[in-house]
Design a binder for this molecule. Structure first.
Ligand code: DP6
Length: 331
C-alpha cells in the first residue's frame, strides 16, 4: 500500500490542559478530560515516497475549494513532528511523503484544529514507519507533536488524559464510548478568523499568573467531582463544573504575563444569554477553548430548541452540531 487515509476528530475539553510542567516532553500539570466531536474533523491522506527529499504538505482549508501547498510555519511543524516521531519510534530510514489534509471546520479558532490534524498525523507517521502502535503509544506520539490535546483525539468517545510524569506515562484513554451519553456540542462560531496567539505560545506563560497555583489546587476537587457527575450522568452538576473550569482556565490566560484575552465582546454577550435562558428552563452550559467561539453543551432532547434560539442571535455566524464520536481511524 502506498497511501493511507485517516479521519480524526477535534475534541472539546471539559477539564482543560493549560500550562506545561515539562515543556520539552509536553507534560501537563493536570489531567484533562474531553469529548470527540463528530462534525469537526480532519481527513488526512499520506503517501509514501521513495525519495526522502520529497516531503510535501497540501492543505484544503475550511470553505475553500482547492488544496494549497504549505511552506510556512505549519509545514515546519510537520517536519519537526516527523523527526520527533522517528526518534520516538527509533526509525533509522528517512522517508519521503506527500500529505493532503482537509479540515471540516475553521482552523485556529479555538476548536482544536491542531488536535484533529496532529492525531491524524501521528497515525499517518506510524503507518509510514511501518510501526503498528497500540492506542497508548499512539496517544503518546500524538502528544509529542506539541499539540498536547491531540493525544485525547486518539481514543474513542470520552477521553481522559493522565498527566503522567515521564515521556511514556502521559497519554489519554477512553473512559466511555460515544454512545455512553447523548450530549450535544453546538459550536457557536462568532468569528472565523484565526487567533493571533497560539495555545503553544500561551502555555509557556501559564505559571506567570498569580492565580495558577490556586487553579491547580481547585482542580484536585473539580476533577474528582466532574468524574462523579459524568458517571452519574448528573447533567446539572456536570454543566456547573464545566463552566467553572472554563472560567478558571480563562482567568489564568487573562492574568498571565503577557495577558491573553481570547474572549471578545460577543463571547460575553452570548455567555450572558446562555445564563439567562437557563432561568426559563432551557438547560445548556458553555465552555471555551483558546479562541472566542463558544461550545454550548446540552442534552439531545434540547438540541432543536437551542438551535432555534442561537440561529436568531446576531453574534452567531454559524453553528456546527456535534455528537460524541470515535477517535482516530484509518478509513
Ligand atoms: C485551551 O497545545 O493542545 O484547548 O495545539 O492549539 O490544539 P492546540 O493546543 P494544545 O492546548 C490546548 C489548550 C486548550 C485546552 C484543552 O484542549 O485542553
Amino acid at each position: 500500500m502506498k497511501k493511507v487515509k485517516i479521519k480524526s476528530p477535534a475534541n472539546i475539553a471539559f477539564i482543560k490542559y493549560w500550562g506545561q510542567r515539562n515543556k520539552k516532553l509536553f507534560l501537563p500539570y493536570n489531567d484533562s478530560f474531553s469529548m470527540n466531536l463528530s462534525l469537526c474533523y480532519t481527513i488526512l491522506e499520506i503517501e509514501k515516497i521513495e525519495k526522502p527529499k520529497i516531503k510535501k504538505l497540501y492543505v484544503k482549508d475550511y470553505e475553500k475549494d482547492n488544496f494549497e501547498i504549505k511552506t510556512d510555519e505549519s509545514f515546519k511543524k510537520v517536519i519537526n513532528f516527523y523527526h520527533q516521531a522517528r526518534k520516538f519510534l527509533k526509525v533509522e530510514k528517512d522517508y519521503g511523503f506527500i500529505i493532503y489534509s482537509f479540515n471540516s471546520f475553521p482552523k485556529k479558532a479555538g476548536i482544536a484544529s491542531s488536535a484533529s490534524f496532529f492525531s491524524a498525523l501521528a497515525l499517518g507517521f506510524s503507518w509510514l514507519f511501518e510501526k503498528y502502535l497500540d492506542q497508548k503509544n499512539l496517544s503518546i506520539l500524538a502528544r509529542l507533536s506539541g499539540s498536547g490535546s491531540s493525544c485525547r483525539s486518539i481514543p474513542d468517545g470520552f477521553s481522559w488524559w493522565h498527566k503522567g510524569k515521564k515521556i511514556n506515562d502521559s497519554y489519554a484513554v477512553s473512559i466511555a464510548p460515544p454512545s455512553y451519553w447523548n450530549l450535544v456540542d453546538l459550536v457557536l462560531i462568532l468569528n472565523k478568523e484565526e487567533k493571533k496567539i497560539s495555545s503553544l505560545e500561551g502555555h509557556q506563560n501559564a505559571e506567570t499568573s498569580n492565580l495558577f497555583k490556586y487553579r491547580l489546587l481547585s482542580l484536585e476537587k473539580r476533577i474528582k467531582e466532574i468524574k462523579k457527575a459524568f458517571l452519574k450522568k448528573d447533567f446539572t452538576y456536570f454543566g456547573y463544573l464545566l463552566e467553572e473550569e472554563a472560567i478558571s482556565m480563562h482567568s489564568i490566560m487573562m492574568t498571565q504575563k503577557p495577558p491573553l484575552f481570547y474572549w471578545s465582546g460577543k463571547t460575553i454577550e452570548l455567555i450572558k444569554k446562555i445564563i439567562e435562558i437557563r432561568k426559563i428552563g432551557l438547560e445548556g452550559y458553555f465552555t471555551i477553548d483558546a479562541g472566542e467561539n463558544i461550545h454550548l453543551i446540552c442534552q439531545k432532547k434540547d438540541e432543536e430548541k437551542f438551535l432555534d434560539f442561537f440561529k436568531k442571535q446576531k453574534e452567531v455566524l454559524k453553528i456546527i452540531k456535534n455528537y460524541p464520536d470515535n477517535g482516530t481511524k484509518i478509513i
